[in-house]
Design a protein around this ligand. Sequence first.
Ligand code: GDP
Length: 328
Amino acid sequence: MLDPNLVDNLLAGDKRALARSITLVERSGPDAQVLLQQISPHVGRSYTVGITGPPGAGKSTLVDRIASDLRNRSGWNGSSEAPKVGILAADPTSPFTGGAILADRVRMQRHYKDPGVYIRSMATRGSQGGLPRCTRDAVKLLDVYGTDVTIVETVGVGQAELDIMGLADTVIVAVVPEGGDAMQAMKAGLMEIADLFVVNKADRPGADAVVRDISAVISWDTRPRDWIPRVLSTKAVEGVGIAELVDAIAEHKDASEQSGLLARRRSERRKRELFEAIRNDVDREAQHLISSDPTLSNLVQQVESGALDPHTAARSFLQAILHPTNSP
Ligand code: GDP
């Protein structure tokens, strides 16, 4: 049974309620469903920044620096107070949340005295490629808890990079001067999703050339767009270029609010979430039917043996789900 005070405590900005809620959505299950339903009317205030890029590009260092910078500015959303910041690190290398705790501790060192920063790592191994659904749910929880900005950090391993589009209002792609990162990023389709490119480790040789290369590729695309991606360089360890990066995030936010891009992205996101939920429900229903209905398990066996083609069988399954009484 869901703690009846959980949502109220979350809305009141209680960190323990937030931690418990995130654990609930990580585990999934009926309580998580109820919780997500209950918070749904309160979601939509916080601004989400996604950062992706290859391991070692300096994402965690950048995120720490961005958070510190945000905590030292006012004027976000027109408020005189510094924005409250949430950091979610989706860690696909960690099999359990337990494995992510060490990373949390390391990160916490910089911000542990600051009640305006909430940091949480989430283990994402085992999810079907890319960002797990619980990351998106955790972003909603942070929103309801009261963050003004939530930064989601993912290691760029394939699908996760593209999935970040599904939850971020501003997408940052971080690369380093060496190793052909920038070329890789372009090949992997990151050109399409980046609102801001950051060439980090600009203290190393070649950074200017990479900035020029990426800028050139961006300039080749002459389609009319609401936003032309920016290219910035940073030295995250020294904190150089961070204020400019946060300015660029704020400019992208303002521009997308004004052009309607933000509203469009968010509606697209809600639609995608609906279709994902439909797919999950249909899948679950099909699994249930297969295990409980001998006729359907028989269909599976026929497909396995090659006697029946999967598409014909799939149509029969769909019939059985939609019209349970007329199942074959
Ligand atoms: P992540 O794997 O992308 O999260 O990268 P990290 O933030 O953990 O950084 C990887 C390593 O690069 C760490 O040792 C950082 O100290 C170092 N690093 C981060 N930013 C810079 C930078 O601007 N210059 C240099 N030389 N090293 C950096």
